[in-house]
Design a protein around this ligand. Structure first.
Ligand SMILES: Cc1cc2nc3c(=O)[nH]c(=O)nc-3n(C[C@H](O)[C@H](O)[C@H](O)COP(=O)(O)OP(=O)(O)OC[C@H]3O[C@@H](n4cnc5c(N)ncnc54)[C@H](O)[C@@H]3O)c2cc1C
Length: 291
C-alpha cells in the first residue's frame, strides 16, 4: 500500500520506518527537515511525565526503551541519573519500566536512554531512506486527497486536524560544554522542571514551559536563568561554556491522539514526551494501518 507520512520529527520518522519495514511504499512529506523540528531541540531523556495522564504511556515507553537498546544507534547512550520528586509524590507507575530503578527518599534513581536528538534523527532519516522511503519538503494545507496518511505533524496537527485541544507549549534549552558529567539530573520539585542532560560533547540544560508560545527565538534573560538554575543543581557546570540556546514548541494535548479516522491515522500530541513514546506509538500506528 502507498502511505504518506506527514511530518519528519521523531514521530513521523519512526512511523515511516515501521511502515516501510512492514512492506509499505512510504512517502514522508514535511514542512521542516528533521534537524529543524521540535524533536531536534528536545533534552532527550527517556522517561514520561511523573503524573501519567494516560495508561498507554507505560507500554509505549517500555517499547521505545527496548527498541533503542536493540538499535545501538549513534547519539543514544544509556546513563544512570536522578529525578528529584516533590515531597509526598508517589512513585510513578512507569518506574518499573526503567532499568535498575530505585526509590531513595525523594529521589528516583534509574538508568535510561539519553538521546542526542539531532544525531539520532540524522541516523534515523538515513535508515528510512535506505528502506526506500521518499522524503519531500513542502507544507500541507490539508490531509485530504493524499490517500492513506499518517498525521505526525506535531504542533502543526492542530490546524490540519481541526483540533483545538492541541496547544503548543514553548520550551527553551541552553547547551553548555560537557565538563565530563556521567549522570543526568532532573529536578521535578518546582512548578517547572530544571534538567541537566549530558550527551558527551554538550549538556542540554533546561527548561521552561510557555503555553501558547508561537516563535522560537531564544530569550537571553531566560538563558541566564536556566544557566543559573542548572549550575545550582549541578555545581560541576560552574565554568562550563555556554554554547547556544534553542526553543521548541511541544505539541501538548490532554492525551496523545493515536487513532484511525477513515484514511487518516492520527499520531500527535506527545507534549514533552515524544522522544520517550515514539517507538511504542509507531508500533501502534503500523498495527492500525494493517487493521
Ligand atoms: C525544550 C524541550 C525539551 C524536550 N525534552 C524532551 C525529553 O527530554 N524527552 C522527551 O521524550 N521529549 C522531550 N521533548 C518533547 C519532544 O521534543 C516532542 O514531544 C516531540 O519532538 C514531538 O515530535 P513530533 O514528531 O510529533 O513533532 P515535531 O518534531 O515538531 O515534528 C513535526 C513535523 O511535522 C511537520 N509539519 C507540521 N505541520 C506541517 C504541515 N502543515 N505540512 C507538512 N509538514 C508539517 C514539521 O515540519 C515537522 O517535520 C522536549 C521538547 C522541548 C521543546
Amino acid at each position: 500500500m502507498h502511505i504518506t507520512v506527514a511530518g519528519a520529527g521523531i514521530i513521523g520518522l519512526s512511523c515511516a520506518y515501521r511502515l516501510a519495514g512492514a512492506g509499505h511504499d512510504v512517502t514522508v512529506v514535511a514542512a521542516a527537515p528533521p534537524g529543524e523540528t521540535t524533536s531536534a531541540v528536545a533534552g532527550g531523556v527517556l522517561y514520561p511525565p511523573v503524573r501519567l495522564p494516560d495508561k498507554r504511556i507505560v507500554r509505549w515507553t517500555a517499547e521505545t526503551l527496548a527498541v533503542l537498546r536493540e538499535q545501538e544507534a549513534p547519539g543514544v547512550r544509556f546513563r544512570r541519573g536522578h529525578v528529584l520528586l516533590a515531597p509526598g509524590e508517589p512513585a510513578p507507575q512507569w518506574l518499573p519500566a526503567m532499568i535498575d530503578p530505585v526509590r531513595d527518599g525523594g529521589h528516583l534513581v534509574f538508568t535510561t536512554a539519553l538521546v542526542d536528538t539531532p544525531v539520532y534523527l540524522e541516523w534515523l532519516l538515513a535508515q528510512v531512506v535506505s528502506l526506500g522511503v521518499r522524503v519531500e519538503h513542502r507544507t500541507l494545507a490539508s490531509l485530504s486527497g493524499l490517500g492513506p496518511v499518517v498525521n505526525a505533524t506535531g504542533s502543526g496537527a492542530g490546524v490540519l486536524a481541526g483540533d483545538g485541544s492541541l496547544v503548543p507549549i514553548g520550551g527553551q534549552v541552553v547547551h553548555l560544554a560537557d565538563p565530563g558529567l556521567t549522570e543526568f539530573v532532573v529536578d521535578e520539585t518546582g512548578p517547572g522542571a530544571t534538567y541537566v542532560i549530558p550527551h558527551g560533547g554538550h549538556v542540554v540544560c533546561g527548561g521552561t514551559e510557555e503555553p501558547g508560545r508561537a516563535g522560537t527565538e531564544p530569550n537571553p534573560v531566560v538563558t541566564a536563568d536556566i544557566v543559573r538554575r542548572c549550575r545550582e543543581l549541578v555545581p560541576a557546570l560552574a565554568g562550563a561554556e555556554v554554547l547556544r540556546s534553542l526553543v521548541g514548541l511541544r505539541p501538548f494535548r490532554p492525551v496523545v491522539r493515536l487513532e484511525r479516522k477513515g484514511d487518516v491515522v492520527h499520531c500527535y500530541g506527545h507534549g514533552g514526551s515524544g522522544i520517550t513514546l515514539a517507538w511504542g506509538c509507531a508500533a501502534d500506528v503500523a498495527a492500525l494501518v494493517a487493521s
